[in-house]
Design a protein. Sequence first.
Length: 161
Amino acid sequence: MNNNKGFTLIELVIVIVILGILAATAAPKFIDLTGDARGAVIEGVEGSVNSAADIAHAKALIEGATAAYTDGSTNDFIMVAGTKIELNYGWPTNESIELMVEISDEEIVFASGAQGTGSTWTHNGATDTANCFVNYDNNVANAETRPSVESKIGTDLIPGC
């Protein structure tokens, strides 16, 4: 009586082939996580910009600083932690939003535009900065209109971050 225990060689080969197919299918998802990480940073920047604008606007409403932007010398600014934040209808100007957000420039590059052109944050490691950015534009005509905050992080088909 022959009592065999264990796996046959063919069973082991089949298991190894199946594991190889699964690894080849799953590996690309785990290989390039840096783009996803940069995209998450950009989404975090977008949240920070939105929060900073809302906080400044709330303080501006409380202080009655809702005038149109002139030159920062009249009723178009607030003080936040000892820093002068210039406003346009109670919202931070494109130049002042960076002072509210205070993001380190090690990973994120900030480019301030003149009033009406917007301010943009991009990631240093982005493969395409046109598809990996946050843009804040305070080109508003009244205190009820919120400045636009737009972000783009690319997709699997159109990489950017």
